[in-house]
Design a protein around this ligand. Structure first.
Ligand code: FAD
Length: 426
């Protein structure tokens, strides 16, 4: 059996590695000259910056991605160092920003800033919502009804801004509760040694060892169809046939490749649903410093910043991600869809935040990257992902437009690939 994979992002590589291990002949077509999509490194002034992700795996060595990598035989070391997550709060309760100093609390103490009544309510909801998870509203709407306090919205926006590049108001409550449950179950983030490229390189090694082929600078420009099947992909005018096609380019771009060539059952609805997906957007600011700015290998959540949701300093785990004696710190901020036309202003606010957060510390801004539309943080906002199937019986979609439920970022991609493989490797 032969499988063609469109796109060499993490979803495409995981699928190719899994299928090649199961005996499929696999061939990947990638339009860029590099492999890895939004999950690889770019060398910049001796630093290993990234094409997308912040060199972090949301559930570290215990999560779905780590499990899938092990299953596939990809050799990746994911290190989770304590403290895993820290929250920066203002020095005194009356302050609403970091201008007058701050203190850091470990993530497990996120309940401390709640009033006593809200802490009691929280305990009650932690127990009761496990049996009866709430539905049909956003996480913010649920919070307003149940634990109304400025801290609730701040910590929710900071956490979901960092983890999903969404505001609490844009996360369906079902997805939020599933994510929180997974956080307790699998634990917090870890850093893959070698950064994102450490993961994608290990997958490329598996694919190569199993006889797979990866073509770079090879854009799939169209699909050849026969009834409800895709028989070939078209690259540089040539047809490449396969039994199964896996698309790692998201549902809307996959629907575009199918175009109006077919009216198989469900196609109209599929195209409409794909068009409805709104990719989540964000800004990443990469900093260089001689001394550590954070001093640990976890996430620093910043709920009192104007825009920055969280920051990490991956060189505390893998010093090879920066030149000797330097640190690499990355700040992430979610960009709401309404602000997409004001990216310069959003960047300015992010830079102002960093001045307050790292007041008195010396650092240099290395690079500022913004992500939206075709190169987003997530192709579909978490909780709105379409599943892996398409109306074409042998065409499947993986990646961050087809994440599994409750999976943060690449954990969701791993869950989506697992679900997809259950359809194929019966
Ligand atoms: P992609 O990486 O986009 O891969 C798709 C590939 O398909 C691309 O290489 C593209 O060039 C190729 N392609 C497109 N069209 C065609 C075509 N017609 N023919 C051939 N090839 C084509 N996740 C985390 O888990 N942890 C993080 O810390 C984290 N931080 C993030 C921070 C930022 C700023 C961003 C942007 C993302 C972050 N993410 C993070 C999310 C993570 O990077 C993505 O979810 C993941 O890399 C997406 O992988 P993918 O396989 O779905 O798609």
């Amino acid at each position: 059996m032969k499988a063609i994979i469109i796109g060499s992002g993490l979803g495409g590589l995981l699928s190719a590695a899994k299928l090649s291990k199961a005996g499929y002949q696999v061939e990947i077509f990638e339009r860029l000259p590099i492999i890895g999509g939004r999950f690889t490194n770019i060398q910049y002034q001796g630093f290993q910056l990234s094409t997308g992700a912040l060199h972090m795996i949301p559930h570290g060595p215990a999560g779905p991605l780590s499990q899938l990598l092990k299953e596939i035989g990809a050799d990746v070391e994911i290190v989770r160092k304590k403290p895993v997550s820290v929250i920066r709060i203002p020095r005194t309760r009356k302050d609403t920003d970091y201008k007058y100093g701050h203190k850091d609390i470990v993530f497990e103490d996120f309940k401390v800033p709640f009033t006593l009544l809200n802490r009691l309510k929280l305990i009650y909801y932690v127990i009761s919502t496990r049996k009866n998870p709430p539905t049909g509203q956003s996480f913010e709407e649920w919070c307003i009804k149940h634990i109304p306090q400025d801290w609730t919205y701040r910590i929710s926006d900071s956490f979901f801004g960092w983890a999903l590049s969404l505001k609490g108001a844009d996360v369906p409550v079902e997805e939020a509760f599933e994510i929180i449950e997974n956080l307790y179950h699998f634990g917090g983030p870890g850093v893959p040694m070698g950064g994102c490229k450490g993961v994608t390189d290990a997958l490329v090694n598996v694919i190569n060892a199993n006889g797979g082929t990866i073509h770079t600078s090879s854009e799939v420009a169209g699909l050849k169809l026969d009834n409800d099947k895709v028989t070939a992909v078209i690259v540089d005018g040539e047809e490449h046939t396969a039994d199964i096609i896996i698309s790692d380019i998201g549902h809307p771009a996959t629907a575009n490749l199918i175009g109006t060539q077919t009216n198989v059952s469900g196609m109209k609805e599929y195209i409409l649903k794909s068009k409805d997906l709104k990719p989540s957007a964000g800004i990443k600011i990469c900093l260089s410093s001689d001394k550590p700015l954070i001093g640990h290998g976890g996430v620093l959540l910043t709920p009192y910043a104007k825009r920055v949701n969280g920051i990490n300093e991956v060189t505390n785990v893998d010093p090879s991600l920066a030149p000797a004696g330097k640190h690499l710190t990355m700040a992430h901020q979610c960009v709401h869809w309404n602000d997409l036309d004001n990216l310069d202003r959003e960047i300015e606010l992010g830079i102002e935040d960093l001045k307050d957060i790292f007041s008195g510390k010396e650092y240099e801004v290395l690079l500022i990257q913004s992500y939206s539309n075709d190169w987003p943080v997530n192709r579909s906002p978490s909780g709105a992902d379409l599943k892996n199937r398409t109306p074409m019986s042998n065409l499947f979609v993986v990646g961050d437009g087809a994440k599994g439920k409750g999976g943060i970022e690449v954990e969701g991609i791993a869950l989506g690939v697992k679900n997809c493989m259950q359809n194929i490797l019966i």
